[in-house]
Design a protein around this ligand. Structure first.
Ligand SMILES: [Zn+2]
Length: 741
């Protein structure tokens, strides 16, 4: 666990004397007209330049003086944020991570003592499409691999969110995205809970339930078989994660978070039994699923896993087409629009059909059933001969865009597999229905309410969740950024691949699109700032998209493309995925894995971007003569808590440019850094910070310095009173100590 340290940098009492402040600021005197401070640009422009007429009236002179004094104060404040010697926690301090142990190693990978529980499910369920109810029986075989005897089990009872009196109904109001809409009484009726024929009491506490066991489950391999019988009314709109879409030729059921499941028990939190309130998704153990779904004849059922009995539930033509599709890169129709609602659409006979699916190594099970289904599919064959069946099911209402869905799936499965980790499952199905976009193992729910580009984006996103969190199984309720954020990150490259957007070129505007990257200044809640690293239900709903998706996604791009470079980042992130595939990393594991494998201490980045709501603002404060006539000295201020590397571009009068990069270490002990840039005697026309918009600078108005036009000189002159310029390697941190005493 990470404690969210409040590291507002301590602003020490000012040591600086008026004398040193004046000395320090003297380059800004109106007489040294080569030196213009960006922050001071307005008053500076009004100043008479050397040799200019002294026209300023008394009021204007006062204003100029006051502006200069304010600038002095600001620079003094920046300088006094330096903390040396430092004992306080600052942006560079090590994070307060849990001590590495046998289960979670110091390099952020699973250790020899890593364990996780196994929860295997056998279920038989029946859908009533008249009453909109589901009745189920399940046998959960739960294996306790932990070193701890378990005297009780906790169950997820997520359908209880849709009781009118649930905590979520009060906290996440009706008619909002993550609850139900309209009058509806949902929730489980639990018919029995048994172990070995013995009836047990399930104590229900809102969306979780506790079963006290007759005997503790033995550690390190002990097992229990829990039988549960239940039923519930299917909500038409279940928190944007499940429900019913009503279309002309029938209903489309999307079933997810639908059966009582065992909460995840792990080595970090013990029981992960946070309530299901709506906004937070889910966190469960891997297991095998053997599920028989009985639905009225005429429905097509698709689900997590592989269909076991095609001969019983498909027509001979559909079976043949499906076999063909597995081997086909092109989309093959399995059930055409013309066949929907006709005898050709389903096998001959009377009464309901039971569809049998099996899945391995999945963290839950989802499915869909509908009479209105148009069904198409195509295949991917890997080098070893194994295949992925990519399928799409949709009603005729979705015909405008959905016939392209299967090829979208193929494209994204191939791209993510190539770039990060091979898709490990044998099927994936995209379902058009009531959910806007939701992901489950091998099953995606996407609305048909999209343009082609929109359908691609949502399909790419929901499919990307196969990697985060379906393969790398993170805690979605506590750390939404580890699935939504990482997924958003990989989605960028999928989108770029399709739409030919520029990745490594400029302008990379997506890193700071939607306003300042800290999350400030967007929406109505400008007064409330939150860090990324909050549990899903603690994020303000109007911040969810920004803080769980785009800010962490952009942060990962920043890390990959700017701070580390792909060659340093990619092997580390691939290692993280590979080593944590089918396991459950914590944030500390991710941080450690990336730092160890890239060889860079990134505490400043994790803290600045993920753990705290910090802003980044770099500014040019002055441009003066450098240590000799062949260089120019650019003074840069770090005005906020967040630190970033510095990207500087000097443009000369002859239109040539020189780019300079400074490592983030320049902010180790100072917030004012001076960089001497060789000019080869050329005149400087303009200096720009972060010209390619690499970093999330919250205020770009102070990023540019232009040579004064009124009195062009060939070379910036050494400013009066500027000390330290003659010291080798001089800068505001290392060159002139005396003004910090
Ligand atoms: Zn998502």
């Amino acid at each position: 666990m990470i404690r969210f340290l409040n590291v507002r940098l301590t602003w020490l009492v000012a040591f600086i004397t008026l004398q040193t402040a004046v000395t320090f600021l003297s380059p800004l005197s109106p007489l040294s007209n080569q030196v213009v401070c960006a922050q001071d640009a307005e008053p500076a422009e009004e100043k008479p330049t050397a040799g200019g007429k002294e026209e300023a009236g008394p009021g204007q002179a006062d204003a100029e003086q006051e502006a200069r004094r304010e600038l002095q104060r600001e620079l003094a404040r920046l300088r006094n944020r330096e903390m040396r010697p430092r004992r306080e926690i600052n942006i560079f301090s090590p994070l307060d991570l849990p001590t590495p142990n046998d289960a979670r190693s110091a390099i952020g990978l699973p250790g020899p003592g890593y364990w996780q529980q196994q929860a295997d499910y056998r279920m038989e369920v029946t859908l009533d499409d008249q009453a909109d109810t589901l009745v189920g029986r399940e046998t959960i075989t739960y294996t306790n691999n932990s070193p701890t005897p378990l005297p009780y089990l906790w169950l997820n009872l997520e359908q209880n969110l849709f009781r009118s009196d649930s905590d979520g109904s009060k906290f996440t109001p009706r008619a909002s995205r993550f609850n139900n809409i309209g009058e509806f009484e949902g929730g489980y009726t639990i018919e029995f809970v048994r172990i070995g024929g013995q009836e047990l009491n399930l104590e229900v506490f809102d969306t979780v339930g506790r079963v006290m066991l007759p005997n503790s489950i033995e550690p390190r391999g002990g097992q229990v078989q829990l039988e549960v019988g239940w039923k519930f009314n299917i909500p038409s709109y279940g928190a944007d994660r499940m429900g019913i879409q009503f279309v002309e030729q029938g209903k489309i059921y999307e079933m997810a978070q639908w059966f009582p499941s065992v909460c995840k028990f792990d080595d970090v939190n013990g029981w992960n039994n946070l309530p299901y309130l709506g906004q937070g998704e889910f966190y469960t153990d891997f297991g095998t699923y053997d599920v028989k779904i009985t639905a009225p004849r005429g429905h097509v059922v698709c689900a997590t896993g592989v269909l076991q009995n095609p001969t019983e539930v498909l027509t001979p033509a559909q079976q043949e087409r499906l076999n063909q599709a597995k081997q086909s890169a092109k989309t093959v129709m399995i059930r055409t629009q013309e066949e929907v609602g006709t005898p050709a659409g389903s096998p001959e006979g009377e009464g309901p059909l039971t569809w049998h699916f099996k899945a391995e190594k999945v963290r839950t099970f989802a499915w869909t059933a509908s009479q209105a289904t148009i069904w198409d599919a195509a295949g991917i064959t890997w080098d070893d001969g194994s295949t992925v069946l990519c399928q799409s099911v949709y009603p005729k209402e979705s015909l405008q865009t959905w016939p392209e869905s299967t090829q979208m799936l193929r494209h994204s499965v191939l791209l993510y597999s190539d770039q990060w980790f091979r898709y490990p499952y044998p099927t994936v199905t995209n379902v058009s229905g009531v959910c806007g976009g939701m992901e489950y193992p091998m099953v995606l729910f996407c609305s048909d309410d999209f343009s082609k580009a929109g359908l691609f984006a949502v399909t790419s996103h929901e499919l990307g969740h196969s990697w985060f969190p379906m393969i790398v199984n993170t805690d979605e309720r506590r750390y939404p950024w580890m699935d939504e954020g990482f997924n958003t990150f990989i989605n960028f490259y999928d989108r770029f691949d399709v739409y030919n957007a520029d990745i490594n070129g400029q302008p990379l505007a997506s890193r700071d699109e939607n306003g300042p990257p800290s999350g400030r200044g967007r929406g109505n809640s400008t007064l409330v700032n939150q860090p990324i690293a909050l549990p899903a239900d603690q994020l303000r709903p109007d911040r969810l998209g920004r803080l769980a998706y785009f800010k962490p996604g952009n942060g990962m791009r920043l890390l990959r493309e700017v701070i580390l470079g792909p060659e340093r980042f990619d092997p580390a992130f691939k290692l993280y995925i590979r080593e944590w595939a089918f396991k459950s990393p914590q944030p500390a594991d991710f941080f450690r894995c990336m730092e160890n494998a890239t060889g860079m201490n990134l505490a400043w980045f994790w803290r600045g971007w993920f753990l705290e709501d910090n802003l980044c603002d770099q500014a040019i404060t002055s441009v003066t003569t450098g240590r000799d006539a062949e260089s120019v000295r650019v003074q840069i201020a770090n005005k906020q808590e967040m630190v970033m590397p510095v990207f500087l571009r000097v443009e000369f009068e002859d239109k040539t440019t020189k780019d300079v990069e400074l490592p983030v270490y320049v902010w180790y002990y100072t917030n004012l850094w001076s960089a001497d840039v060789p000019t080869e005697g050329k005149s400087v026309a303009k200096v720009t910070l972060d010209p390619r918009r690499n970093i999330p600078d919250a205020d770009r108005s102070n990023n540019t310095w232009n040579a004064p036009k009124a009195d062009k000189t060939d070379q910036p002159e050494k400013a009066e009173g500027e000390s330290g310029g003659d010291k080798p390697g001089a800068n505001d941190g290392g060159g002139d100590d005396d003004d910090r005493r």
